[in-house]
Design a protein around this ligand. Sequence first.
Ligand code: PLP
Length: 394
Amino acid sequence: MPVIPNFDPAAVSASVLERLRATLSTQEGFVPLHVPTLAGAEWDYVKECLDTGWVSTAGKFVERFELELAAYCGVKRAVAVCNGTAALHACMLVSGVQPNDEVIIPSLTFVATANAVSYTNAVPHFADAEEKTFGIDPTKLSSHLDRVGEMREGRCFNRETGRRIAAIVPMHTFGHPSQIDELMLIANHFGLTFIEDAAESLGSTYKGKHCGSFGRINAVSFNGNKIITTGGGGALLTNDEVLADRAKHITTTAKLPHPYRYDHDMVGYNYRMPNLNAALGVAQLEQLTRFLEQKRSLAQRYKEVFETVSGLRFISEPEFSVSNYWFNTLLLDRGNENALDSILKATNDAGLMTRPAWTPMHQLPMFKDAPRMNLDTAESLAQRLINIPSSVGI
Ligand SMILES: *Cc1c(COP(=O)(O)O)cnc(C)c1O
């Protein structure tokens, strides 16, 4: 690893702190990484739920939220559920991932992606990240699958484990779209179901189309720290009506429609989004365009401010995409990993919240034996990434 002479961690963290302070000077007190902005009709819509008694999983806001979300993302159907992890789990279940299948996911992701695979009793198979998008590296994945993948009757098997590789779940890290075309080519070549973990990328577009509209079925999240929030919540997005119906069924306890009988035709899940949460979602969606504009302008300010710091750079959207800039990110140059802790410490001590990337999944105890390719870039990125305050109100 190249060591940059004269690179001084203390000096670089002082200069990062100074620039963050200047950019965030209008913020009072502690500045969190990301807080929700509840500045629209949230009170009115939630009050309507309380006044009418429609607080739970039946109620008009759930359907309204689904319709408006699907229209916004340019897909035929949205199915609202109680969180993004449940959405991912349901994506696996309805798209035919079977127990003991392998599912290719990035190692550099939030643990929900890997957990959802495990809930299905399938096995995560970790792919490396690329420096450009932080998403799955298509070139590396393709040569990895050429080596370990064996095609039998249109299905791909891992010759090292004997298991079928059923699906691939790219994740659009911090809102920056992955190399979707290249990854879809690989998925098609190896017969893998394409499922997007678009939890972080609502409002991001790739070549003009929304993230969450590319895979066969895809997941988004409305957790409190996401670009819009329903408190907790998530949704499946798809253009496939059959899959959407199946998703709705399986996430509503597989209850057969009937005015008074309670019949269920399989083991289902109680994953439906409550009306209270959907009321928040409808109000939040009305503000998403403004949120996106404000996040872009913050990203632009950060970009200018950090241009003059050597040894690191501010991450901008890949050229083929428009990012929602959910989390703004600084990336230390290779060789400067030793500045990570001093920057995190200096900024957090000063009340400006920053944090590193997640520990890569293959380094977590429960996934340490999972199949994987070489993961050098994911490991390196995890030692160099720093998320900086990104709330809409800044
Ligand atoms: C937020 C997130 C999810 C889903 O999280 P929930 O908290 O269950 O809504 C899934 N994947 C990624 C990458 C995320 O960031």
